[in-house]
Write a protein that binds this ligand. Sequence first.
Ligand code: ADP
Length: 470
Amino acid sequence: MKVLFVTSEIAPWVKTGGLGDVAAALPLALAEAGNDVRVLVPYYPALRQALPKATAVASLDGFDALFANSALHEARVGNLSLLMLDCPAYYDRPGNPYLGPQGRDWPDNHLRFGLLSRVAAWLGSDENALPWRPDVVHCNDWQSALAAAYLRLLPGGRARSLLTIHNLAFQGLFPRDALLQVGLPESSWSLDGVEFYGQLSFLKAGLQFADAITTVSPTYAREIQTEVDGMGLGGLLHHRAASLHGILNGIDGNEWDPAHDQHLPYPYDVHNLDAKAANKHALQAQMHLPQRDDLPLLGIVSRLTHQKGLDLVTALGDALPVLPVQLAVLGSGESALEDLFRRVAERHRNHIAVKIGFDEALAHRIEAGADMFLMPSRFEPCGLNQMYSLRYGTPPIVRATGGLADTVIDGVNGFAFLEPTAAALLATLQRAVATWRDRSRWRHMQQDGMARDHSWAAPAQRYSQIYASL
Ligand code: ADP
């Protein structure tokens, strides 16, 4: 199959969360599974800098009012084929792909991601006279969801479309005026079209018109069909249940391999777990925590948002030193949560250390140096960090939701709890600390997690089957 994988971020150049990691790894696995894959991504400053010698393949001027001053560039990085959408007015901006310097959405996001989607649909249509035309356009989240709608609503032969939901909480909602600005027909403005409570919803448009829908874990696929977790789209998703598949994400086993991790002072593997203790000492030193072996060190690497349930951890701030445990936190996000973490770290300097920011190297060091990894998420479509933790011999403590429920087995390779409360988290932490003190049981849990296969090979096979079925 010729597959166009459309994404608004791709690691290592542009990454705000899990989608960036997926976009870097899944296309390679799909290619290994025999597909001919190109990744379409905006030509952001970071890509411009990293790949200045990209070859121009097409000017898109004149096809559509939306396409003004845009062009496609091509580059190959290892086995990855990139098609980069150049439109300086939209993408040549500092910072985050979605937010301006004040932390607010760019006001023209509907045009920026409308264009990305429109160009994806154009590539999959008869209008595309380039030598390469995809059989399937694989959209990801709201930023490219509109491609599925264009493919269905605009005239011309078309590729099939698949939309992957990485997080239902981000829906791409815009005022009604945006409808015509992004070139959607007036007739699509209806309850069974693209309208969502008086607004244009990019995600709903995609869910309505995509030939197939996937999401990133089997449990999340079930949860999002319900009123409670469907975020207003549960009914539509339930209606589309026959076309909705839950496929657990894989992880990039080269990037996240404790035996060959460039960021670790002391690489290790399952046969050499004692070296993990040296990473713990290094992490304690880096985070200015006392280098104690007699306490378990908990790790957190996360966006600091309500979704991640980390307010349950700050609520336990004063209980953690008594458990007793140490805690190393790396994260950034909502300023109220950042402040809560800063304050509890100030109160308990010997037990809690917090670094606010985004730091790839430190993320790896926390995975390796921590004894346990904390993810008390309220909801979690898949979650990558718990899979990194399993691979790094760092049993995760998770709330049993979404992909966390599909990967962490309580008492076998980690710990899970159900109620999103500080009391439930505390009880689980107490169980985990007691188990940690039983060295041989702990070793078995570490070994179980490290032995699991979370590579992309199996998910890539599942996606390939769905492409073929379309
Ligand atoms: P989400 O996509 O909801 O943020 P995931 O667990 O799926 O959650 O993926 C998060 C990814 O982002 C992981 O690779 C994680 O290591 C990384 N990450 C999150 N916050 C930070 C941070 N502050 N510094 C470095 N990496 C981070």
